[in-house]
Write a protein that binds this ligand. Structure first.
Ligand code: ADP
Ligand code: MG
Length: 493
């Protein structure tokens, strides 16, 4: 068997045909409804207590921070009230040791210090004025309201409180689990005496939905927000009377007048028991050797944190196959792969390589070669080796995009959004959907194959990138929260 034939054989294991998409959609609808009725289900279906989407007329200056992936973001957002905004931001890489070994106090003090330096650089007058007032004993005046985007599963009790259910995406700080993450951030902020009130707890997916709704207010607002970045998740507008588990939440406080509430689906954990999700040996081993085996099984097949590792494992299998030669020098191949290459390291292959490879349309594999060299220090690969990489990249990327159609179709069908002629607006964010070539196209192909969506349904679905969602969205939710006077009780630890 040739290298290309072997790559083609493995690629076929990543096929995700129409009838499997349809089974996925039916099962998603079942898990969706189960999650609205009960606690501790595979789809968490978390009520966010945000009961309206913006229409573009909102105004004011708000702070937002975003913890949920590779970087910590601090920003201030000026909402102009005409669907536009100005945003100032800084991005800081989170040190590995704070993600997975220190205490929650170390992590949250690190975050508060980043907020402090942001304020000193960009809002120093406001900051200094607050310090002077503080000396006069006037603590509560002129605080910045801050939206805290925290993109991990949280059990929320109101718009500004929620306890961490579990870490995902490589984070692991056990002492934070079960604690109110708003209170943890507020005490770190108070320790540094910053003029900041944590007004709202925001999931980045909810933020994406809110931001999209502010910037492109159609007649009905945005219905769904979705992330395809480090992780994957979605949020959508649900009818209050379908969220039957709310009846068991005695202390829950929210505005019932709209009859709707945004639900954070936490769809990364769709079908954790693998009743309908496709699985290869590479998916299996990636999961078994991850720090959270058995959970986030949908995410592990779809998002940026994992696609590179799936590819690496598939290529490594061919590399280690004695009958085949990929990235092994021989009489016919001058390829070189140094022993310290990230190719040999778990999580060593970044998903951006998939985008570079998929985008290559040259016949000499110019971009594939550049990507292999930049990412993995692989030099002089043969055309067959490049072709094998291309075949596998395409299969893994396409399966991720087709899988992404499952929650989208299921939620639209269950909400009856395809029964009328109205356009349904969907906001998306994340490097994968933004940069992987034709990600939306492959997703739409799968959507079309779902009978209840079809060609007609697909045309009604308007998908737009919602950039800076977590910043602007968080600001919008902080705004909603700051207008709700009943929430202004001081935080306690
Ligand atoms: P986050 O999800 O942390 O907010 P992003 O949306 O930028 O941030 O997603 C980062 C993830 O996307 C990482 O897993 C990274 O490997 C992957 N990624 C970065 N650039 C690209 C790209 N050009 N194509 C595909 N994936 C990418
Ligand atoms: Mg993001």
């Amino acid at each position: 068997m040739s290298l290309v034939e072997e790559a083609t054989r493995i690629a076929r294991e990543f096929d995700y045909p129409a009838e499997q998409v349809q089974r996925g959609v039916s099962e998603y609808i079942r898990q969706l409804n189960e999650g609205l009725a009960k606690e501790n289900t595979t789809l968490s279906q978390i009520p966010t207590f945000v009961t309206a989407v913006p229409n573009g007329t909102e105004k004011g200056l708000y702070l937002a921070v975003d913890l949920g992936g590779t970087n910590f973001r601090v920003c201030s957002v000026q909402l102009h009230g005409d669907t536009t905004f100005s945003l100032t931001q800084s991005k800081i890489m989170i040190p590995r040791e704070l993600m997975a070994s220190g205490t929650s106090k170390d992590l949250f003090l690190f975050l508060a210090r980043q907020i402090e330096s942001f304020l000193r650089i960009h809002h120093n007058e406001h900051f200094e004025a607050h310090l002077r007032r503080r000396l006069d004993g006037n603590h509560e005046q002129d605080l910045f309201d801050l939206g805290f985007t925290f993109s991990f599963p949280v059990r929320q009790f109101g718009i500004n409180s929620g306890t961490l259910i579990r870490w995902t995406k490589g984070f692991n700080i056990p002492d934070a689990v079960g604690h109110d993450v708003c209170a943890l951030l507020q005490s770190a902020i108070d320790e540094l005496q910053l003029p900041v009130r944590v007004a709202a707890l925001v999931n980045d997916t909810v933020g994406t939905l809110m931001a999209r709704s502010y910037t492109s207010p159609g007649e009905t607002g945005t219905f769904l927000g979705a992330i395809f970045g480090t992780g994957t998740n979605g949020a959508y507008v649900e009818k209050l009377d379908k969220i039957t588990k709310l009846q068991h939440m005695k202390d829950a406080h929210y505005d019932k007048s709209t009859g709707e509430m945004i639900i954070n689906a936490e769809w990364g954990s769709f079908d954790n028991h693998l009743s309908v999700l496709p699985s290869t040996v590479y998916d299996h081993d990636l999961d078994a050797e991850s720090n959270n085996p058995g959970v986030q099984m949908f995410e592990k097949r779809v998002s940026g944190m994992f696609l590179g590792e799936i590819l690496r494992r598939a290529l490594l299998a061919i590399h280690n196959n004695p009958k085949l030669a990929i990235f092994k020098a021989s009489e016919t191949s001058k390829v070189s792969l140094p022993s310290d290459s990230l190719f040999y390291r778990q999580w060593g292959l970044d998903t951006s390589l998939l985008s570079q490879v998929e985008a290559d349309t040259t016949k000499d594999y110019v971009d594939v070669k550049a990507a292999l060299k930049d990412h993995l220090k692989i030099e002089n690969p043969s055309n067959d080796e490049c072709e094998a990489v291309k075949i596998l990249v395409h299969a893994i990327g396409k399966r991720a995009a087709r899988l992404s159609a499952v929650p989208l179709a299921a939620i639209l069908i269950d909400a009856g959004k395809l029964d009328s002629d109205d356009v349904v607006d969907v906001g998306v964010d994340g490097s994968l959907v933004e940069f992987y070539p034709n990600f939306e196209g492959y997703m739409r192909e799968a959507l079309r194959e779902v009978p209840q969506v079809g060609d007609a349904g697909n045309k009604k679905i308007r998908i737009g990138i919602s950039k800076d969602g977590s910043g602007v969205g968080a600001a919008l939710i902080a705004l909603v929260a700051s207008k709700d006077e009943t929430l202004h009780t001081p935080h306690k630890e």
